[in-house]
Design a protein around this ligand. Sequence first.
Ligand code: SF4
Length: 382
Amino acid sequence: MSEPGFGVYVHWPFCAAKCPYCDFNSHVRHKGVDQGRYLAAFRREIAHMAALAPGRKVASVFFGGGTPSLMTPETVGGILDAIGAAWEVEPNAEITLEANPTSVEAERFRGYRAAGVNRVSLGVQALNAADLANLGRMHTVEEALAAVELAMSIFPRASFDLIYARPGQSPAAWRKELSQAIERAPEHLSLYQLTIEEGTPFHALYRAGKLKTPDEETSRALWDVTQETTERAGMPAYEISNHARPGAESRHNLVYWRYGEYAGVGPGAHGRLLVDDLRRELSTERNPELWAAAVEADGHGLVIDEPLSVEAQADEFLLMGLRLAEGIDLARFHRLSGRRLDPRRIDDLTMDGMVERVGRDRLRVTREGFPVLDAVVADLAG
Ligand code: SF4
């Protein structure tokens, strides 16, 4: 299994409007955003992270959000220049930018490519008009498909996201929609089940009985359709929600799931850095204006920067690694935690068909186990 490498996550916290299901750190600023101010703050925070973790080789950069495709290509280019000044960037580094597929944003694609972005991840979310409207998305199906086509002509690599298990969605309708998506799909698809997060407008509707998500049986059928349809098309899940043709996996996300090292910059970004051989947890201030002011005053917006306990590292390693189809390296778990997973628990879960060993050294969750992944991880973590 290749080493995870070092990744840099850049969080752009602004969106044109707030989607009713979203609980990400995203903010709407009707008066506009001073991109010059934020670029200067990103530069300073990147330099701070490089001082904490000098000499790394950057294998991937990921612009997430929020809506990073609201950044100008100059802002993106300025941040990439700052990363290049702070660390050595591998010549074949994966540089991904999340984009919303409206026609306005598609106009910036060439600028992002010129700035160094070589992979886009498009938030398509649905390929039918009614569901796009219900999800509060600002693009049409036609715009999304045009953006996918344009992205594939400009960037060497592209991915798009869909949300399923939407209110009223049948397995047959999802099979048709997913097949259409795969026909258009570049090389990578992220397929997320709609979850109702507390504090969102969807949660209020759900509680009032005005929004119904599929029942357990339908959810399971939708999950099965997802796996069968993508496997048949040669895009199996390499992670619980991510599907790729062989070799087209997201290198950046593999850094997280393989429990690698990464710096997070921008409001509400998280990082895990090895400092003096200790793995540290880092998080920044979530509010954009407070973050910018903190960086201007102190050179960083960190609100958490502390070593992780051995137990916390062991839990994170299991939580992340067991999401992957390749599973976890049991010897690495031992090195990290100083203990071995309880063989009786492994045997019980194996008998139940939830996990399986791969050779002597690896353990992975089975297809039967993935729909109940949280319970499997909790059981193994003991
Ligand atoms: S575009 Fe993405 S980050 Fe922004 S509100 Fe919608 S789901 Fe949230």
